[in-house]
Design a protein around this ligand. Structure first.
Ligand SMILES: Nc1nc2c(ncn2[C@@H]2O[C@H](COP(=O)(O)OP(=O)(O)OP(=O)(O)O)[C@@H](O)[C@H]2O)c(=O)[nH]1
Ligand SMILES: [Mg+2]
Length: 448
């Protein structure tokens, strides 16, 4: 797990809060001090820490918790929200729009470029994309072999020539090679020669001019802590199409400093490296990251309770409307199927309500556990856009999704069929009765 030490320290601070009998100003100040200490120990910049904790303290002292939520729970939510904002709030995935999408990776010597490229290649391959890798590192001995060894077990091709010493020529030839082969994504590894930003950025500009990448990815070593700020800033200023991978967040005591420093420059962190193995790469999502960071044991439970309460409080007319108009997407469907699995068939629930004479096909709302698992695997191979707008999934996408998830075209079709059936069903339901049912069973307007 990334930033284990920081997570534990923050967790302890919140635990203390949870255990305290009263929540007064002194308690809040003590919790805020603990959070400060935890962040500073993780090498987060002192000024950033003070800004952050001042905001937490102010909100904790001034804001009134909503009904049904205790003061303690409210403060935990504030800490969660402010930490999330601190790390950039939103997840920004790498966009694969054009075929081929060309990505160039750069980074200081030993930052983890080559390893991260192999991980990225595998990540995209799992999602059904065909990936080609180009080694244009003419400086590091064995660079080509290293990359090849990492991806060989997965059948990912690496273009390179250990005899060649013109990096720009190699990069160009490599991109051309894979363009001709018709791959979806080309990732170029660059030289590990640079010890400081200036020469790194110079080389990035030269290779960029030659191969015109869609996105340049700076790989930053997370163990350098808040020093990451200067690298990220110089990079952000040099390229408008840059994103960042922070590596080695497993076990590093300074990872929190690196992450927050990069976030402070406004450059988007898209992935984090959390180990040496090929699968140790995670898409970076500040919300999920922070809830996991804080979310040990009962703290997680508290956060969930808070969310649960909030869900119950707002009656989701909007969601209901959305479903009735047939505007629900694959993500909604998955949540529904999952919930119904726990609850029993929707049919039975509907029958318990007087006047609800619907006869629903059972298989429209209930799928077996095995199938649900398969659906999940298939959906993991879909892009955000496909999950939100399933209507764009055409035959070539179906093929890609099937390949990426290791399922068959038939199985992907089954999922889409299920989706269309549910969509039709909701469309045909009577709004008034459905909302009565939702209220009765506290289903939050079917948001479940
Ligand atoms: N623990 C851990 N080690 C990592 C991670 N990413 C990379 N490494 C290790 O860091 C070392 C350097 O990684 P490389 O991928 O060779 O770095 P590089 O930037 O390509 O290096 P040069 O090409 O020489 O500049 C290797 O030993 C990797 O196994 C990570 O997320 N966690
Ligand atoms: Mg390398």
């Amino acid at each position: 797990m990334a930033l284990e030490k920081l997570g534990k320290a923050l967790n302890n601070a919140l635990r203390k809060l949870a255990r305290s009998s009263t929540v007064d100003e002194a308690t809040i100040k003590e919790v805020v001090r603990d959070i400060q200490r935890a962040l500073i120990q993780a090498d987060v910049n002192v000024r950033l820490v003070l800004d952050l904790t001042r905001r937490i303290e102010k909100r904790a002292l001034e804001e009134e918790p909503p009904t049904g939520v205790s003061k303690k729970e409210h403060i935990i939510k504030i800490v969660y929200e402010e930490l999330t904002k601190f790390l950039g709030t939103e997840a920004k995935p790498i966009e694969i729009k054009e075929k081929p999408t060309v990505l160039l990776t750069v980074g200081i010597q030993g930052s983890g470029k080559t390893t991260s490229i192999a991980k990225l290649a595998r990540y995209f391959q799992k999602r059904g994309y065909k990936v080609g890798l180009v080694c244009s590192d003419t400086w590091r001995p064995g660079a080509y072999q290293q990359l090849k060894q990492l991806v060989e077990p997965f059948g990912i091709e690496v273009f390179g020539d250990p005899e060649e010493n013109d990096a720009i020529k190699l990069a160009k030839e490599g991109v051309e090679h894979f363009r001709e082969k018709g791959v979806d994504i080309i990732i170029v590894d660059s030289a590990g020669r640079h010890k400081e930003e200036k020469s790194l950025i110079e080389e990035m500009k030269q290779i960029s001019a030659a191969i015109k990448p869609h996105e340049v990815i700076l790989v930053i070593d997370g163990t350098i802590g808040q020093q990451a700020y200067n690298q990220a800033l110089a990079f952000k200023e040099a390229t408008p199409i840059g994103s960042i991978i922070v590596t080695k967040l497993d076990g590093s005591a300074k990872g929190g400093g690196a992450l927050s420093a990069v976030a402070a420059t406004g450059a988007p962190i898209k992935f984090i490296g959390v180990g040496e193995r090929i699968d140790d790469l995670e898409p970076f999502d500040p919300k999920r990251f922070v809830s996991r960071l804080l979310g040990l044991g009962d703290i997680q439970g508290l956060l969930e309770k808070f969310e649960e309460l909030q869900k119950q409080q707002e009656f989701r007319e909007e969601d209901l409307e959305k479903f009735l108009k047939g505007k629900f997407n694959l993500k909604d469907m998955y949540a529904q199927l999952e919930a119904m699995q726990k609850m029993g068939p929707l049919k039975q629930i509907l029958q318990m309500i007087p006047g609800m004479g619907y006869s629903l096909p059972d298989d429209a709302v209930r799928v077996g556990e095995e199938r649900l698992k398969k659906f999940k695997v298939i959906m993991d191979s879909m892009t955000e856009e496909e999950l939100e707008h399933p209507e764009i999934i055409n035959y070539s996408r179906i093929k890609r999704i099937a390949r990426g998830s290791g399922t068959s075209i038939q199985e992907v079709r089954e999922l889409l069929h299920q989706y269309n059936q549910m969509k039709k069903m909701f469309k045909s339901m009577d709004k008034r009765k459905l909302s009565k049912m939702a209220r009765k069973f506290n289903l939050g307007g079917f948001g479940l």
